[in-house]
Design a protein around this ligand. Structure first.
Ligand SMILES: [Ca+2]
Ligand SMILES: [Ca+2]
Ligand SMILES: [Ca+2]
Ligand SMILES: [Ca+2]
Length: 473
């Protein structure tokens, strides 16, 4: 799909399919959509994606397609990287998708050049979507810094040749601490332009997409303030009304308190009140939203790599969306849940990273999750008519054929799902804590079995620097 053929206000038939803090789509404001069938009998376990699923996959790709060629692209954060000898300034490496996937040799490096500041951590957070409504996805880059810095958010705008090297720093909503600590992009007001949600240490703000953003004028509106601490953010359509909603993890009174997760409802006026229902927030380090059961309502996936309910090793929580908000009942997955593939001895930290996307092209969003304790692993759990299940689940670890044999520690630190080769099935990108490496795999469907990583591509930094692949978008 070329940019010139993109319909700027194209309806997003399944906004909830789109994933995570990084994905979004151009939803219409034409009102409620009929929920999709949730009948298990309608679950296509295998086979050729339906026309609808293919369209959904294209919409998902669009939110990451910086050069408008129809292939999703991948941004790799190097938050600790030195720039012009300035330590910890941080940079972002971008690789572009194509019919044969990412080309590891074609890479672009974004940094703040002469404006780089020691320790600001440019690239510590990333999110993408079409903020100026020109049909090309743009990349938002957070530089929250450490130790009470003000922080900043910078935009690289998409265009035919790729992301522009001329970065635009956004204004800030007054005095901030750690501005850019978390980012999410979604069309919260349904006007066809994506909107940008940004957290500080203790508040959340939103900039509704507009022409002004190209000049750095964000026009910030407060979403949440005066809380003790804000954690990860994610966008997706939880209540199925066609407006993206914003999930926020936060602690109310004390940064060390239990924490909770809430969803702010998108509307014609933008982010409004909270939807009914919450999800667990304690220990949750990553959140994603996608329609795992194909009912038209986005489901919230929250990862808690510290959880040790039955056994150490972390957990992910799945809370289903509905027209009435989040359902109270939730499903908890651990490394020892029935049917889960067996992880290598010593693996833990499940849920330190989560991502949602359609890996097998069946129209049901699937879940990727990192478990980077020990040697580490990355898992794929497939969605279906009755939600995500362990059936056919995949586990990749450094011992899997073609993955990363020389990685000894921390595989699965970050995960991302993006359709980099445009075949309607998302690729899985996995970074590792100990090595300067991002591995890109094509898991395909659950029916093909096995754990071999056919055609894995290894991405390496253009320049040496610490923390390559932390984060991924
Ligand atoms: Ca592209
Ligand atoms: Ca908008
Ligand atoms: Ca909504
Ligand atoms: Ca699927």
């Amino acid at each position: 799909m070329r940019a010139s053929t993109l319909t700027r206000f194209a309806p997003c038939l399944l906004a909830g399919l789109l994933a995570a803090a990084t994905a979004s789509c151009a939803a219409t404001d034409s009102g409620p959509r009929p929920p999709r069938s949730s009948s298990p009998a309608a679950t296509p376990a295998t086979g050729v994606p339906s026309a609808t699923a293919a369209r959904d996959a294209r919409e998902a790709a669009k939110a990451r397609d910086f050069n408008g060629d129809g292939y999703a692209d991948l941004a790799v954060g190097v938050r600790e990287g030195a720039v012009n000898g300035v330590p910890g300034a941080g940079r972002v490496q971008v690789v572009y998708g194509s019919s044969s996937g990412v080309a590891s040799t074609r890479r672009q490096v974004l940094d703040r050049g002469g404006a780089a500041v020691k320790g600001e951590g440019f690239g510590a957070t990333l999110a993408s979507g079409d903020l100026d409504g020109d049909g090309y996805a743009d990349l938002a880059v957070g530089a929250p810094g450490r130790g009470g810095r003000a922080g900043s958010v910078t935009i690289a705008f998409g265009a035919g040749p790729g992301l522009s090297d001329r970065l635009v720093a956004l204004d800030r909503p007054g005095d901030t601490t750690g501005f850019g600590a978390a980012l999410a992009v979604g069309d919260y007001d349904g006007d066809g332009r994506d909107d940008l949600a940004v957290s500080t240490f203790d508040a959340v703000w939103v900039a509704y997409g507009s022409g002004g953003i190209r000049r750095g004028r964000a026009g910030w509106t407060p979403v949440m303030g005066n809380t003790a601490r804000v954690g990860p953010l994610a966008s997706g359509d939880v209540d199925g009304d066609g407006y993206a909603d914003l999930a926020v993890v936060y602690s109310e009174d004390d940064p060390a308190d239990e924490g909770m997760g809430a969803v702010y409802r998108g509307s014609r006026e933008g982010l409004a009140d909270r939807l009914p229902g919450t999800f667990p927030g304690w220990g949750v380090g990553d959140v994603a939203i996608g329609d795992l059961d194909g009912d038209g309502f986005g489901d919230v996936v929250a990862g808690n790599s510290y959880a040790d309910a039955e056994d150490p090793g972390g957990q992910i929580y799945v809370s289903r969306g509905s027209a009435r908000g989040l359902e109270a009942e939730r499903v908890i997955w651990t490394l020892s849940s029935p049917g889960m593939p067996r992880a290598p001895e010593g693996t833990d930290g499940l849920g330190g990273a989560v991502a949602v996307g359609d890996v097998d092209g069946d129209g049901y969003a699937d879940v990727a999750v990192g478990a980077s304790g020990g040697a580490g692993a990355a898992l794929v759990l497939y969605g279906g008519g009755s939600g995500v299940s362990a059936r056919g689940a995949r586990l990749y670890d450094p011992g899997s054929a073609g993955v990363a044999a020389d990685v000894v520690q921390g595989f699965g630190q970050e995960v991302a799902l993006a359709d980099l080769d445009g075949d309607g099935r998302a690729e899985l990108a996995v970074s590792t804590r100990a090595e300067q490496r991002v591995t890109v795999l094509s898991p395909g469907g659950p029916e093909t079995g096995g754990g071999a990583a056919k055609g894995a591509v290894q991405l390496t930094p253009a320049r040496q620097g610490e923390g390559f692949g932390h984060p991924l978008n």
